[in-house]
Design a protein around this ligand. Structure first.
Ligand code: HEM
Length: 137
């Protein structure tokens, strides 16, 4: 009896973890993530609030890094080997306003691709903790 209660508890508490694992598939797998990255990077480069910040960057390389990182963050079979978020953004002196602009442009890209808002929010919730590492002023 004790044992089945313990097992029931384990299944109940583990369920959300299993549910989270569907995010990569729910985002359309790697093909879906590639479309989201391409559309959001296009938005950043067209966004007068932030486009100048990308002036010195190799955009093709950046798209490729985003694709691997987003795959990993979504729980997909990828191993992001780029810079950690603090190191990658340190010299850029980014603000919360810069961060919010990136999130808005990403949301716009996911909307246009037709990703349901519940799925968008699950992904955004995983990026949110990175704000502390990315924003430095
Ligand atoms: C959660 C939010 C963010 C994530 C997950 C993210 C992710 C990344 C990744 C994976 C890289 C590549 C790192 C590498 O070079 O190995 C990168 C670089 C970069 N990010 Fe972000 N970023 C975020 C927010 C921002 C914001 C708010 C801005 C500015 C508006 C920004 C501008 C840049 C720029 C300009 C680079 C390239 C730096 C270089 O050329 O070396 N990022 N970011």
């Amino acid at each position: 009896m004790k044992r089945s209660i313990a097992l029931g508890f384990l299944l109940l508490t583990a369920a959300p973890a299993f549910a989270e694992d569907t995010l990569f598939a729910d985002m359309g797998g790697q093909a879906g993530i590639d479309r989201i990255v391409d559309a959001s990077v296009d938005n950043y480069l067209a966004d007068g609030r932030i486009k100048a910040i990308f002036d010195e960057s190799n955009i093709d390389r950046l798209r490729a890094e985003f694709k691997v990182q987003f795959c990993q963050v979504a729980g997909g079979p990828c191993d992001y080997k780029g810079h950690d978020m603090t190191a990658a953004h340190k010299g850029l002196h980014l603000t919360n306003a810069n961060f919010n602009a990136v999130v808005e442009d990403l949301q716009d890209a996911m909307d246009r691709i037709g990703l349901p808002s519940a799925t968008q929010n699950r992904f955004l919730a995983r990026l949110a903790p990175m704000q502390r590492q990315v924003v430095s002023r």
